[in-house]
Write a protein of this length. Structure first.
Length: 178
């Protein structure tokens, strides 16, 4: 019986490869504002909302072009329907890239337990992370894949167990085992 329930959950779940983006939850509102995408905690227009999906992915991978199939979690975090189609990328100015790279440096510096990590190391160890995303009636659930060094997650200065931005219809509940 328990296996059947687990299989039903997996059947409805969406595999994501960027589950670690939730670590940057504390920075998203201010980032979107500084990028000129939002004002007063609202997207200025639908184009900005769609672009935000790619800005989040840039934080994870350092790339500005990603196949849409890898952006499900980003869509949820940006309050966009999973059925909404997206461009495969956007052009990101060097000024905006520098802003986002500074955000990553700030996140690394705020978490002394991970040591002097480089941005690419932080991305590879923490942001590029497999997970399973599931939609429930009243919430989204994300279960992040466990890795051996995840015991450092309990020393993380970031709050990410429940994420709910003003533009999201339902909250995202995150389970990050350690």
């Amino acid at each position: 019986m328990e296996d059947n329930i687990k299989q039903d959950l997996l059947k409805d779940a969406i595999a994501v490869r960027n589950a670690g983006i939730v670590l940057l939850n504390n920075y998203v509102l201010i980032l979107f504002e500084r990028l000129g995408l939002t004002e007063d905690r609202r997207f200025l227009n639908s184009e900005n909302q769609l672009a935000a999906v790619h800005y989040l992915q840039y934080l994870v991978t350092g790339q500005n072009h990603t196949e849409e199939s890898f952006l499900s979690l980003n869509k949820v975090l940006c309050g966009i329907s999973l059925s909404q189609s997206l461009k495969t990328g956007i052009e990101i100015s060097s000024e905006h890239q520098n802003l986002m790279d500074s955000l990553l440096h700030a996140a690394i510096n705020a978490w002394p337990a991970i040591g002097n990590s480089l941005v690419d190391g932080f991305r590879g160890n923490w942001l590029v992370r497999d997970g399973m995303l599931t939609e429930k009636e009243d919430k989204w659930e994300l279960v992040v894949e466990k890795r051996p060094y995840d015991l450092l997650i309990n020393k993380s200065p970031f709050s990410f167990s429940v994420i709910k931005y003003p533009w999201m219809d339902k909250p995202l509940y995150v389970t990050w085992p350690y």
